[in-house]
Every structure is written in structure tokens, then in C-alpha cells.
Design a protein around this ligand. Sequence first.
Ligand SMILES: Nc1nc2c(ncn2[C@@H]2O[C@H](COP(=O)(O)OP(=O)(O)OP(=O)(O)O)[C@@H](O)[C@H]2O)c(=O)[nH]1
Ligand SMILES: [Mg+2]
Length: 248
Amino acid sequence: MKECEIFSSLKVPCTSNIVVRLDGRNFSQLSRKLEFEKPYDIEFVEILSETSYNLFKEFNPRFIYIFSDEINMLLKDVPFGGRVEKIDSVMASFLSGAFTREIMAKNKYYKILKKNTPVSFDSRVIPLSNKGIIAYFQGRQMEAWRNCLNGYSYWTLRKKHSKTEAMEILHKKKSRQLHDLLFSEGINLAMMPTWQKRGIGLYKKKIQVEGLNPLSQEKVKSERKKITIDWELPRFDENFFLEKSLLE
Ligand SMILES: Nc1nc2c(ncn2[C@@H]2O[C@H](COP(=O)(O)OP(=O)(O)OP(=O)(O)O)[C@@H](O)[C@H]2O)c(=O)[nH]1
Ligand SMILES: [Mg+2]
């Protein structure tokens, strides 16, 4: 029956960069059940970034970009000989396992999660050219921004409107009008934390470490690379990717 395994040999193009995008399954429901803060729950975001840190340590990507319930991972070395089924299934299950371990460690979520459907993520592989990498992450960051504006607007509208009404109003209004609406309720998005508007990034950063030369007992300085979780991302442009050596 080996001949029926027709997708197992599907491979990513060997000349491309690869982004794996993972997205929480049914997280709207999960966030309701676990009563996450709306529109942003810092504890949930910390769990997701901790989980992404695990992903970074295991697969050593160039860059991870997070917002809402999605994780975008730009790979340096394509694992599993580029086999798409293997990449998608391992990444999604690794992330689901890591996320579950982190969130179950919190007492307040443990009991609810034990009684509910297990958490899962979907995964897709996106092959990109070098130029495509920057455009891709700019696109995701735009989505993070839209998500921020819509999230604040939706939950502001929900104070006075039903779900359907709020969705309808949201659909009709332009972004300027949404800013005005938020402003009239005392919410200024310019004052909101950067991570809510631009997402969170993980990449390796060079740091100076001081050590002792065991022979001469002299202090020596050397450079090491450390995984950094950046909560203050700038707007993505070519400079950002060059500065952080994310395109090499
Ligand atoms: N309250 C709250 N909800 C969040 C937060 N981050 C993500 N979410 C929820 O996660 C959802 C993510 O959107 P989607 O991925 O489109 O929705 P989904 O329910 O996960 O659906 P599928 O991905 O298609 O399975 C949002 O709509 C929110 O409901 C947060 O910080 N607080
Ligand atoms: Mg989702």
C-alpha cells in the first residue's frame, strides 16, 4: 500500500526560503472558555511567546513572528529533507505539545483544559524568494495592526451592541472612523503597547560575554548569540531584516 502514500514525497522547492505558519485551532472558543482578557490577554501572549522560544531552541529558525494565535517561523535549514507532510505535522504537534505543557502549568487553566478538547494548531508551509520574505512579514504585520484596530473596536462596540450589530458596524466603518470611535471612548491606539500593534519577534542577537582564559587567567571578551524576544518591534522594512541578519 506504500503507493497510496502519494503526498509523502511532496517536497518544498530546494531554492526557496521556507516560512511555516502555525495557527491555533478554534482559539476564539478557547479564549472564551479560558476567559482571556479582551482584546489582549498578556498571560496568553506570554505563554505563546514562551512556546515559540521552545520552537526556536528545537528548530533553530532565523526568525519567529507572533501575533494573535499565529506563529510564523522563517527557517534557516529546511528540516526533514524538505518533506512537506513531515514539516507540517511535526511542527504542529510540537507546538501543540509545548503550548499545552505551558498553559496546563497554570492552575487557573488546568481544570478547564482537562475537561475540554485538547488544544491543536494547524500548519502550512510557504515557499518564498528573498524579496518575498520582507513582503511576507510586512503583510503579516499589517494583519496584526488590522487585528489590533478591529479587536479594540469590536470590544468597544460590544459594550452597547449585540455581536451581529457590532460586526455589522465594524464592517461598514473605515479605519479613520474606528479611530474616532475609540477616541470617543477614551482609547488611543497610539498609547497602546507596541506588541499589540506590531506583534512580537524572536531572533538571535549578538551579546558580549566576559570569561576567564583558563591558561592565562586573564579576562577575555567574546561574542555569543542569544535568542531574544523582542516586544518593541519597529515597522518591518528591509533595514530591519538586514540589521538582524535575517536574510542570510
Ligand atoms: N480574548 C482574547 N482572544 C484572543 C487573544 N489572542 C487571540 N485570541 C482569539 O483567537 C482568535 C484567532 O483568530 P482565528 O485564528 O481567525 O480564529 P480561530 O477561532 O482560532 O479559528 P481557526 O484558526 O480557523 O481554527 C481571535 O479571533 C480571538 O478570538 C487574546 O489575547 N485575547
Ligand atoms: Mg486560529
